[in-house]
Design a binder for this molecule. Structure first.
Ligand code: SF4
Length: 271
């Protein structure tokens, strides 16, 4: 973390030098890019039907170590109440373009949370937007973000990781909803004095399906909608959760800028 950014005295300098290097690597070591962003609905109309029930079934069916069931029953009244309260709302989040806010009214409120000295930021990147040539492989929880690697030098995840502050930030490379859910629960349990918050990239369908669980845990944070070759049916979603993801999801350019602005803001709070 911070390796590239720490070599520069300002954010602007660090970003300029990252982008310049990334531009030359695009020429010398081109990697597969999504040439055209397909126009796909975030969730297919048939899939939307009973989506909350499908999410609950999915979570229970693949909860191999009964982690979520045990977590729910660690405080069934509170968790049940929070879950029902979330279900009563038409959607579990407030949407601002590609930003899906959980337990927060707007981006300004999220920034207040990022500014808190007693907060810990979990920043999770879905494997679906790792490059096909990723040296850590796509369906893994690893990311070497190697400054000398020409693929990492062109990767948005690499750029984010190299710009993150070191303190009270935990980068995570997400393969499944169970993995990221478990990490957040464990961070909440490990740091009772810190407010845990998150930035997580995922397809719209995933952001909608599992928002109720974030609300049940009362963990406030931000989901970032991925575009490109996304999963918008249950079949595609289940396959991708098992590593079958032939397509490439992307963070749109304007959304990349918004994410980097939030990282910059968080970085400034630590200095
Ligand atoms: S920065 Fe991480 S995700 Fe990106 S190509 Fe390198 S190892 Fe893969």
């Amino acid at each position: 973390m911070s390796a590239h950014w720490d070599k520069h005295s300002t954010w602007e300098e660090a970003e300029k030098s990252w982008d310049k290097r990334s531009g030359s690597l695009e020429q010398s070591h081109p990697i597969k890019q999504l040439v055209k962003i397909p126009k796909l609905p975030g969730i297919r109309p048939k899939t939307k039907k009973n989506l909350r029930l499908k999410a609950l079934n999915y979570l229970a069916e693949y909860d191999e170590e009964k982690f979520f069931i045990k977590y729910f029953f660690s405080n069934p009244f509170k968790h049940g109440f929070n879950l029902i309260r979330s279900y009563l709302k038409p959607l579990p989040f407030t949407r601002d373009d590609d930003f899906f806010l959980y337990g927060l009214k707007n981006e300004a409120e999220f920034k207040d949370l990022l500014a808190k000295k007693d907060s810990l930021l979990v920043i999770g990147f879905s494997y679906c937007h790792k490059p096909f040539e990723c040296p850590s492989q796509r369906f893994t929880q690893d990311c070497i973000h190697d400054l000398t690697n020409p693929v990492c030098g062109q990767c948005f995840i690499g750029k984010c990781v190299h710009s993150l502050p070191k303190k009270r930030v935990l980068p995570v490379f997400i393969t499944t909803v169970h993995q990221i859910g478990e990490i957040i629960v464990k961070q909440v349990q490990k740091h009772p004095k810190l407010e845990i918050t998150y930035i997580i990239t995922a397809c719209e369908m995933t952001l909608q399906m599992f928002g109720d669980w974030a609300n049940m845990m009362q963990v406030r944070g931000l989901g970032i909608r991925l575009d490109g070759q996304i999963c918008n049916t249950m079949k595609a979603f289940v396959a991708s959760e098992h590593g079958i993801k032939p397509g490439m999801a992307v963070v749109l350019d304007d959304t990349k800028k918004r994410i980097l602005n939030l990282i910059k803001f968080r970085r400034e709070q630590n200095t």
